[in-house]
Design a binder for this molecule. Structure first.
Ligand SMILES: Nc1nc2c(ncn2[C@@H]2O[C@H](COP(=O)(O)OP(=O)(O)OP(=O)(O)O)[C@@H](O)[C@H]2O)c(=O)[nH]1
Ligand SMILES: [Mg+2]
Length: 315
């Protein structure tokens, strides 16, 4: 199942119901006055954070969203009913943009934002009645609902993000650290979709680690690398293969340039040497692990829960 963290949808408020043209018709009242009622307003469109939703994949196909139209006015001055509002469910952590401007960050379940107004209901002929104009035939039709293209961006509430060049051992660290199932393979770009793993401290606090697909080999971001998922992480684990012949400093600088712009300002970056001997940590690394042998992993886990437990969770 692909993981989608960005979608563009079209939203449209419901059309307003039309105003009614009608005259009172009753026995023994030959010329009843105008009694056409007003139309109801169209429904509004809201985007609502809902825990049931995990990502934005369904919006690959569900692009157009329109709220219900208002009911038409009726005779006997009956107003049309308002159209039902439409709620579009998205996972908590979704940011909503209109015209490249952020209009809401729906971080918690139940958070909501209106993205399209319903059209005004029309006016029935009754409203045009006056002493000099006793049989008006004018009505006003309902107005169309507001229309907009809206961008949705999901940033998961993760605590730790694993980033780095391709094949640098990110997924292996996730597996060793959290026991999560992730694709570990000896070729670059084996990770296609982000994978999440849990990290628990002694007091039962649960933190989330995310493994991301690798950058391009030259360090630049790629399409579908899901780097936006770094954004809320408080600790960035920058994985660097210690067994690679190219000087680590050059690789570190290159990768940092790629993922740096996606990280949170206050986030800490820890350089983790993989394929390494913890007893012989390279000078350029903050930690050294051999994820496959499971060496150095406990120390990394301990440092992480200490750092995460000490600071409050990011919003
Ligand atoms: N011996 C040893 N092998 C490792 C270590 N870390 C990763 N490997 C191996 O290196 C290869 C790449 O590891 P992955 O964890 O898939 O690398 P990745 O950074 O997730 O790769 P992409 O997702 O493709 O960018 C796999 O064959 C792993 O088994 C390590 O610490 N020690
Ligand atoms: Mg991987």
């Amino acid at each position: 199942m692909p993981f989608t963290d960005r979608a563009r949808i079209h939203v449209e408020g419901g059309h307003g119901g039309g105003g009614c043209l009608s005259f009172r018709r009753e026995k023994y009242i030959p010329r009843g006055g105008p009694d056409g009622g007003n139309g109801g307003r169209g429904g509004r469109v809201y985007v609502v954070a809902d825990e049931q939703e995990k990502d934005l994949t369904r919006f690959r196909h569900a692009v157009h969203h329109r709220a219900q139209a208002g009911g038409a006015g009726e005779g006997r001055v009956k107003r049309g009913r308002a159209g039902d509002d439409l709620e579009i469910a998205v996972p908590p952590g979704t940011r909503v943009l209109r015209d490249d401007e952020v209009i809401a960050e729906l971080d918690h379940a139940g958070d909501r934002v209106q993205v399209a107004r319903g059209g005004e209901g029309g006016v029935g002929n009754r409203a045009f009645r006056s002493s000099t104009h006793q049989a008006p035939r004018e009505t006003v039709p309902g107005m169309p609902g507001e229309e907009a293209w809206v961008t949705l961006e999901l940033r998961l509430a993760v605590d730790v993000a694993l980033v780095g060049l391709p094949n640098s051992g990110k997924s292996a660290v996730l597996v060793a650290l959290t026991g999560a199932g992730a694709t570990v393979a000896a070729w670059p770009h084996s990770t296609r979709e982000p994978a999440l793993g849990p990290l628990e401290d002694d007091e039962g606090h649960l933190f989330t680690v995310i493994d991301l697909p690798g950058l391009a080999a030259d360090g630049t971001p790629r399409d579908d690398d899901h780097l936006v998922q770094c954004e809320r992480a408080r600790v960035i684990l920058h994985c660097v293969d210690a067994s690679d012949e190219e000087p680590a400093e050059a690789r570190i600088a290159r990768a940092r340039e790629g993922f740096g712009p996606f990280t949170h300002e206050g986030a800490a970056e820890w350089v983790v040497a993989t394929h390494a001997d913890p007893a012989d940590r390279p000078a350029w690394a903050d930690f050294a692990v051999d994820s496959v042998a499971g060496e150095g992993v406990a120390a990394l886990r301990e440092a992480l829960v200490r750092a995460l437990g000490a600071a409050p969770a990011a919003a």
